[in-house]
Design a protein. Sequence first.
Lengths: 416, 416
Amino acid sequence: MTAQPFFRSRWVPAPGHVTELRGDAGLPGGFRAAGVAAQIKPSGRPDVGLLVNDGAEPVSAARFTASGAAAAPVLVNRQRCTLGALRAVLVNSGCANAATGGRGLDDAAKTQGAAALATGADPAEVALASTGGISQYLPVENVLKGILAARERLAQSGDVDFQAAIQTTDAFEKRANLSVELPSGTVRLCAQCKGAGMISPRFATMLCFVETDAALPAETADLLLGVCVKRSFDRATVDGQLSTNDTAILMSSGASGVRVAPESEDELRFGEALDALLRQLAVMMVVDGEGAARAARVIVRGGHQDGVEAAARAVANSPLVKAALHGGDPNWGRIVQAVGGALTGTAPLPVDVTIEGMQVCSEGAAIRYDEAELDRLVQREEVEYEVGLPGEGAETEVFFSDLSKQYVTVNAEYTT
Amino acid sequence: MTAQPFFRSRWVPAPGHVTELRGDAGLPGGFRAAGVAAQIKPSGRPDVGLLVNDGAEPVSAARFTASGAAAAPVLVNRQRCTLGALRAVLVNSGCANAATGGRGLDDAAKTQGAAALATGADPAEVALASTGGISQYLPVENVLKGILAARERLAQSGDVDFQAAIQTTDAFEKRANLSVELPSGTVRLCAQCKGAGMISPRFATMLCFVETDAALPAETADLLLGVCVKRSFDRATVDGQLSTNDTAILMSSGASGVRVAPESEDELRFGEALDALLRQLAVMMVVDGEGAARAARVIVRGGHQDGVEAAARAVANSPLVKAALHGGDPNWGRIVQAVGGALTGTAPLPVDVTIEGMQVCSEGAAIRYDEAELDRLVQREEVEYEVGLPGEGAETEVFFSDLSKQYVTVNAEYTT
């Protein structure tokens, strides 16, 4: 772990019962991992990772991209895996195995079988995750060699190498090593995550793997992962581009002997820790865009859930708002324009806009405010916009990154 | 008119019965216009325009932005104008009069009244259009002075000055001066248009004014404008950002004495000319983005209108697709990703992708193709993508521009 604390965003305070451990504290009891270089990436950097849960009664939960163009590994996981009782995860970077049709599914199945053999698991107990170029076929031979090499290096301290094998254009490591005090005892919570949005689509995708030695019932794991993903990765956008390969997997080994019973105080506390963990990772992904200068949060309140959702997404994905965020430009007219574009047919819409606590627009009209102070506020590393729509009861938030010239440079470059 | 022909896109062939006139041919009979500098723009360039229909029985039709944050002039037009029988249009650049609430409506009404007085029309017969900075109040005094000055200069040859007064960041003039042969006689068709998308939101918005000396029944004018706007401006996107001020107005003076009867061959021919006119203007707006290198058209075919529409918009507004277009990068995986992101829950989606006539993806999977040839094809000034979805019967198209570093530079600059 870097010198910087893991919980570094003002939007994600560290829960009082969570302690950050040193970066070399290793995986929770019951887990081993490894990462190796199998020459899938031309750079020769690590590109195959293996994660194994040795717990007696492994429990897991998973969430995947909703994309209609979901990649082969995602389809295989959904169709062939017992997602509540995974024993292993095989991951590769350097190739997404997306837009590869039937051959892609066959290739994925081959690597699943090999990883099962290598880890002593059933193929249905091995989940797959890939990230990299869309439309390229998986170099199966490289992955198989990677599996063999990784098997030899599986270790409780392997999370650092595993992280390296899933990372692509990430400018900084998104890895956590936490200790969580529950009423019934202390458990560990670790995560390895990659994602700089779809900022470089050759290495697209968000992948996140979370391990704990708490003993989670399968339905608890599924419930907590589902709720926490909705409040974190589902609320973050770099460029509004849904990946073909997004994957989040939570695995529980039970090695701590601390059981998290449904609807218990333990569950509540564990959920708080997982929630903070995933939200901080989501903010990190938003911060980590090539050339990104600032991260933002937009909160929209109003009377209709559909309306606040549409308005928040529209603001977060507006290239005009994002460019203004990048430039430290207080141009709030773009916020109004984006909201109006999302809520067509509602004119005149009495929208309120507040930036970093300073209201600039009331019921759709400009009001007097301290312009010099606003100029200063929008220079912050994290900028918060609040939008008020008519009515009460609905509220949502979206974290988003700015739009930089580097984004264009990276994404206008030749691919192959 | 520049040396370049008006009909210059391969996507908009000039109809055989339409002839391009010289740029100084002036407005159709029955119309006068003027454009003057009223110091609304700090640059001192023209910023107030007046357009008058002197026809005995003026006929008109109008279409406006659907934005929930529609600007004051749009609201005034909708609420107070007899849109089928407009006698005049008052336009200003340099201020959008948007996000200005009740004061904005009052300001707009004042200028409407003044323009009515100046042109001898009823206030309800004067439409308003503004373009410029959102959240700024209209400098009413400047507009009033502009009206007085413009009234003195109204002339049939005033279309060039009128065009100058509505233009903002446009890199080139979007003005047409056409002669149209109908079975019943020859009529004139002119247009003055501005818009570089929302590429610079201080001067946002698409405005388009079309004049003809044909005698159009009001319902014909409305029908034709509605259909042609749907096939042109509604199918164009620079950055997916709906403006607060978009306005298109068609005015007919009847001065030619050629009556275009409903459901006649005249109507068909006139409609074809208007359609080509607006489609070419729409492509021009897409081409005219700061730093734009290439324009594109995506055609999506499939079984469901909602599906093809969502997919086409997703491709056209994807920053990844647009950056690849800018760079002349044949990265078609981004097309698949964008389509998949729009059509969630449909995986595996058997999507076909063809670029400039070369198929690269069949039923969701990469196929073999001539990569060197594709590299060459995507360097063209106009690039066409075709996407095939399952089923038949639905089809749509969207014209779009690329995403350049200059877009970010322009839009990250300080506003005030």
